[in-house]
Design a protein around this ligand. Structure first.
Ligand SMILES: CC(C)(COP(=O)(O)OP(=O)(O)OC[C@H]1O[C@@H](n2cnc3c(N)ncnc32)[C@H](O)[C@@H]1OP(=O)(O)O)[C@@H](O)C(=O)NCCC(=O)NCCS
Length: 144
């Protein structure tokens, strides 16, 4: 198993295309997922030189076992520099440390603070807390 880090400098991967990554995430995000078209927008943003971000993939024998996608906000100080938008591990590969490994690579690669959203009842919250994430704020949205 290896971790691949993709960003605007490397460009998207010829084997693990944005479409392939989006299909993986749509499938394995479970009830925390988004539509494929929205996941593709997030990937396009990450690879856009003027916006930016990165993708970390856990890959074994040519198959994606896990993926994390981070977008840069373009801000710092008053708003974290990075938003971790998606993380998922293949549902048949969970519990063997891949989620922790992907988060570790993302934290290593990101410059500055990282924000993420997690539902209060998602077990992933324990993973984030173990890595030092805290929730000082209650997020509120005006949906339109
Ligand atoms: C969250 C997710 C990425 C974790 O991946 P994973 O490879 O199973 O995680 P790991 O094996 O690295 O586990 C790391 C830690 O996470 C916690 N954890 C992960 N899954 C857990 C579960 N189902 N119940 C309780 N704790 C869990 C544990 O604290 C574990 O720490 P430990 O190794 O000390 O026991 C994976 O469960 C997943 O893809 N879930 C569906 C998508 C999702 O919820 N994404 C996050 C949206 S915010």
């Amino acid at each position: 198993m290896e971790y691949l880090v993709l960003d605007p400098a490397t460009g998207p991967n010829a084997t693990h295309t944005n479409d392939h990554i989006a299909r993986f995430l749509e499938d394995h995000l479970d009830q925390f997922g988004d539509k494929k078209e929205d996941i593709l927008k997030c990937l396009a943003y990450a690879f856009d030189q003027r916006r930016g971000g990165f993708v970390v993939l856990a890959v074994e024998d040519g198959a994606i076992l896990g993926a994390v996608v981070v977008n840069l906000t373009g801000m710092d100080g008053y708003i974290p520099e990075n938003i971790l938008v998606y993380i998922a591990v293949d549902r048949n590969q969970r519990g063997r440390g891949l989620g922790k490994g992907l988060m570790g690579k993302a934290i290593e690669k990101a410059k500055g603070s990282i924000a993420l959203h997690v539902e209060p009842d998602n077990p992933a919250k324990k993973l984030y807390e173990a890595l030092g994430f805290t929730n000082k704020y209650l997020e509120m949205r005006l949906l339109r």
